[in-house]
Design a protein around this ligand. Structure first.
Ligand code: ATP
Ligand code: MG
Length: 414
């Protein structure tokens, strides 16, 4: 019996794994420089946590969650995003604001698999909890841009909107409903219209996108406080020459957002062009049982970023050390070779050897593994206390003293 990957999932290995590793390690460094520390939360949580925070009438909660009962009948869900879990942890551990966390890990959504859209995918995200200052809005947007461009993505654009607070949304809801009533929408949107008309603006159906392309702007319905906040955010962005375009259709697919919302898009991804999405969520901490605390965050899809970088012909750096292969000629030499490999590994050289093959086959394997050097341990040379050092690029060979292997390798490898 042979098994296949479950639909919408993938294996990442060999020539691809360095792409994920590069994005993860570069992101970690930069996020830590910006004051964020890592948080790891469980891959599954109570279903309630997600339906409550993301919103029962959103696509994620209505259609996309991997929910199941455990053996005790508890309702659990594989996390579809990171914010809800991080806010749950923040409240549960009674953390004191300001708190800045980043997370790296897999998310699960039952979506129709296609390029850049999977059922298991990787996200890197940040959450800055505790500040209402428009400066933090700009800091997180600036960080998103800085990080994505450091990672090699060019031609980035910021879509920006403010979706106000509860008060503004009540006002806007009526205006939007008036506008939507006259439109021909998909079944989902018709059903959800009265419950949550904002969802219509985030619908992926082409007909819905077309007929709602110029909705009344929520900016005209913002209360004084939200208006001022948004104006200040834009002022700071302008002052630091961070360009953006305002998009009144940007409502995002989760209910917890308030005030500033944004996405970063790139032409490299065609129609599904959003790499990163985020916004404020000033009510969520309170919703989940904490004190009223403002917060803002974003997340980007690592798999989608890889696609964008590949499409831009970006050369992913390979950060792994060069390989040294240890080959042998006879069974006696094999034991010595094993000893040398152990010794070199403890000295932090990257070494590989093989226990089955002929010398010819071992050298072939060293080639396939792209070893830079091969140490050949032969019985004759061993008698003289020496081994052969073979340069795999030009095939040249020379004898060196066993004791001096590390010294020689250090000189060649650096
Ligand atoms: P989209 O509009 O493309 O469905 P989204 O609004 O659902 O995205 P968010 O929930 O904001 O996305 O997640 C942030 C990022 O995570 C997205 O910009 C995207 O890069 C990535 N992402 C979201 N869903 C998927 C998926 N199913 N497969 C791969 N990456 C995804
Ligand atoms: Mg989505």
């Amino acid at each position: 019996m042979r098994y296949k990957l479950v639909k919408g999932t993938k294996d990442i290995f060999l020539n691809d794994i360095n792409k994920w590793q590069y994005i993860e390690s570069t992101s970690k460094k930069i996020l830590e420089d910006f004051g964020y520390s890592e948080i790891r939360t469980p891959i599954f949580e109570s279903t309630d946590l997600f339906s409550r925070s993301i919103g029962v009438s959103t696509d994620i909660v209505e259609k996309e969650m991997y929910s199941f009962k455990d053996k005790k009948g508890r309702d659990l869900t594989l996390r579809p995003e990171g914010t809800a879990s991080i806010v749950r942890a923040y409240v549960e551990h009674s953390l004191v604001p300001p708190v800045k966390f980043y997370h790296i890990g897999t998310m699960y959504r039952y979506e129709k698999p296609q390029s850049g859209r999977y059922r298991e995918f990787y996200q890197i995200g940040i959450e800055a909890i505790g500040s209402i200052s428009p400066f933090i809005d700009c800091e997180v947007i600036d960080l998103a841009l800085f990080l994505l461009s450091k990672l090699g993505l060019t031609n980035l654009k910021i879509r920006l909107n403010s979706i106000g607070c509860r008060k503004c949304r009540e006002v806007y809801k009526k205006i939007l409903l008036e506008y939507l009533k006259k439109k021909e929408l998909c079944k989902d949107c018709i059903r959800r219209m009265n419950l949550n008309p904002f969802r219509v603006l985030d619908c992926k159906n082409e007909q819905c996108i077309r007929v709602t392309s110029t909705p009344p702007s929520i900016l005209n319905s913002l209360c004084e406080d939200c208006k001022k906040h948004f104006a200040e955010v834009k002022e700071i962005l302008a002052e630091y020459k961070i360009s953006y375009f305002e998009d009144p259709r940007l409502f995002r697919g989760l209910d917890y957002y308030t005030k500033t919302t944004f996405e970063i898009v790139t032409d490299e991804l065609g129609a599904k062009n959003s790499v990163l999405g985020g916004g404020r969520y000033d009510y969520l901490v309170e919703e989940l049982g904490g004190d009223s605390t403002p917060a803002i965050g974003w997340a980007f899809g690592v798999d989608r970023l890889v696609l964008a970088l590949e499409s831009a012909k970006f050369r992913f750096p390979d950060e792994s050390k060069k390989l040294i292969f240890i080959a042998w000629t006879t069974e006696t030499a094999k034991k010595q070779a094993f000893k040398i490999a152990r010794r070199l590994r403890t000295e932090e050289f990257r070494c590989e050897m093989n226990y089955e093959k002929s010398l010819k086959a071992q050298l072939k394997l060293a080639d396939r593994l792209e070893a830079k050097l091969t140490v050949i341990v032969g019985t004759h040379e061993l008698k003289e206390g020496k081994v052969i050092l073979r340069n795999m690029e030009d095939g040249s060979q020379r004898k060196i003293d066993i004791e001096k292997i590390e010294l020689e390798l250090k000189q060649i490898m650096c």
